[in-house]
Design a protein around this ligand. Structure first.
Ligand SMILES: C[S@@+](CC[C@H](N)C(=O)[O-])C[C@H]1O[C@@H](n2cnc3c(N)ncnc32)[C@H](O)[C@@H]1O
Length: 317
């Protein structure tokens, strides 16, 4: 029996819809690229028998430790890959998965644990790394980034308005904080956001959340990770296998949709060719649902973190 006598970590979003999307066969082989607190993994594992296998990825060592405890004792073979999901192609053999799940973004635990520096509530220095053994913290990045690159990150990762002005003021703030010999705190970022959007005082928390999202996505290389990983996951799937991806904001969702769209095309000829020269047999994914699935009102009422979720399901053809 799996160990569920553990503290709250994360409430899995659209659990039933994800399980249905994966179309689980009891003896199949599945991947969960975003193990987190193991909510989805635990439910997948419980649908598998002794011949089934679940491969789970997470780059956050705390998530791996927690979920490994939670899944101790499940019947199926459970293989943990404590690495970035961008490495799925190196870890899993091509054509072996019956389904793979991505529940993108960060877990409630990562946000709620203020020591992790993910939240703009409180006064902890900005870190925002999912894997604190890798790369540089948000603060270190802000100390060295120039206004052009920061503005580009704000636009690309969060569709921010006034991105260059915001970036210029953020860079000035970071230089001043560094000169004072102290750490950048959430309130320093809030003061910059308020100075750039004096007309949007009521929306300041939403704007701050988007600034944090943009910095977090840059520090963790999130969009490139998603693109690279989805491309490799298509290779890892068997024909008929399912790709199930849940995103939480428009930038993530666009990245998923556009990356998958590359594999939905039968013809990959340049648009200016008058006739198809590629053979027209390149399609490797088809949509299972024409539109993304959204959480029910009941789920949103129970778990506000589900409110922006969009679930896209594809089948390998
Ligand atoms: C929304 S949570 C997943 C929650 C999980 N489905 C559950 O039910 O508990 C996303 C998790 O994915 C992990 N993650 C995000 N990007 C990752 C990446 N590129 N590689 C590996 N893990 C990643 C985060 O560390 C986090 O634990």
């Amino acid at each position: 029996m799996a160990n569920i006598d553990l503290p709250f970590y994360h409430d899995p979003v659209m659990l039933a819809e994800c399980l249905e999307g994966l179309n689980i066969k009891p003896n199949g082989t599945y991947g969960d690229c975003t193990l987190g607190g193991g909510g989805h993994s635990y439910a997948i594992a419980n649908k598998l028998n002794e011949d089934g296998t679940l491969h789970a990825f997470d780059r956050d060592e705390e998530a791996v430790a927690f979920a490994t405890k939670r899944l101790a004792g499940v019947k199926c073979k459970f293989v943990v890959h404590p690495v970035r999901f961008g490495k799925i192609g190196a870890e899993i053999e091509a054509g072996t998965l019956d389904g793979v799940l991505y529940d993108l973004g960060i877990s409630s635990h990562q946000v709620d644990d203020s020591a992790r520096g993910f939240t703009f509530v409180g006064n902890n220095p900005l870190d925002l790394r999912m894997d604190r053994r890798e790369g540089v913290s948000a603060q270190e990045w802000l100390f060295k980034v120039n206004a052009d690159d920061l503005a580009q990150a704000l636009r690309k990762n969060a569709d921010m308005d006034r991105a260059f002005k915001l970036a210029t003021r953020m860079v000035e703030m970071a230089a001043a904080v560094k000169a004072e010999g102290r750490e950048i705190l959430p309130n320093d970022v809030k003061a910059v956001v308020e100075s750039v959007f004096p007309d949007k005082r009521r929306e300041v928390n939403g704007l701050l959340a988007r600034v944090f999202q943009a910095i977090r996505m840059e520090v963790n290389g999130e969009l490139k990770e998603i693109e690279d990983s989805l491309r490799s996951a298509v290779d890892c799937l068997k024909v008929g296998g399912r790709l199930v991806v849940m995103s939480y904001h428009s930038v993530e969702d666009r990245c998923v949709k556009e990356t998958a769209a590359e594999f939905e095309k039968a013809c990959i000829c340049p648009e200016n060719l008058p006739v198809c020269m590629c053979g027209g047999n390149h399609q490797r994914l088809k949509k299972v649902n024409r539109k993304p699935i959204l959480p029910s009102d009941e789920e949103i009422a129970r778990n506000s973190r589900a409110r922006s979720a969009k679930l896209r399901i594809y089948e390998r053809v």
